[in-house]
Design a protein around this ligand. Sequence first.
Ligand SMILES: Cc1ncc(COP(=O)(O)O)c(C=O)c1O
Length: 324
Amino acid sequence: MADIFQRLVKNYGPIGQHRERAHGYYAFPRLEGEINSRMKFRGKEVIVWSLNNYLGLANHPEVRKIDAEASAQYGLAYPMGARMMSGNTTLHEQLERELAAFENKEDAILLNYGYQGIMSIIDAVCSRHDVIVYDAECHASIIDGLRMQLGHKFVYKHNDIADLEKQLQRATALVDKQGQGGILIISEGVFGMAGDQGKIKEIGDLKKKYEFRLLVDDAHGFGTLGKTGAGVGEEQNCQDAIDLYFSTFAKSMASIGAFLAGDRIIMDYIRYNIRSQIFCQKFTDAICCRQLKKIKNAPNNAGVKRKVVEQRIETAKRFKRKRI
Ligand SMILES: Cc1ncc(COP(=O)(O)O)c(C=O)c1O
């Protein structure tokens, strides 16, 4: 019989195999100083390209003040327990209401982390008879959510509406043949790797021809796209076509946690069936406080953000040109 651990130390995996050279440098670097586009690395000032702090809120003095006040008031443990048991508070519910209003949806559900949240949303929504059609460049958290699914999954070429339609036809034929199940399309609002927007409006328009529900992971669009920062649906004027609007707080909101927004009856179903949240300690009221503050300021930040993003793209282009 093989020892499981032996296999692990023989092959450390695609990134792990470079760990001796990379550790502490390309992988797990220790950045020091204030969270910013310039930080200290090994005693030197360096430019940081990979921060998620899209709007620069991580160190915003008002946000820091709220963090300090909320921590003093609630501590960093309150409340204890999963929300369904003993971990629900008025601040959680207030934040959900404000997120729903901000996204122009009936209701919202808080999630501890984006990664486990979206995996678990897919699990809660889809049965083994449902068919999922998803963009080839979806984030790892979506792919891992798909791995838990027993039903059929069809991938379409990145942002290729013609190919999506082909896969939708396959999915529709399969569901018709089964005589049960439905179709869920999954796309990102802004794709994390290439930075391009998902064609959400065009996908939504396909509802005139096909029957499906649409889940959009707008991790990178929330707070940065649209007039008020409500994300890709607002930017492309198609928020109503998005049945399940998801985002993490880990990017523009410079925090942890995530949320899902949609119709009240569906949110209620998910609230009572999303295993990663039911069997899990909820995030604290102190985190709720900082999120509430940022949601309130989001429309003001939305104007600033476009400038920041445009400047960053420009700098990246210049940097690339120089290297070439
Ligand atoms: C598109 C997308 N979805 C989900 C996540 C996971 O979010 P979190 O960091 O809150 O777990 C990320 C994070 O990188 C992401 O880019």
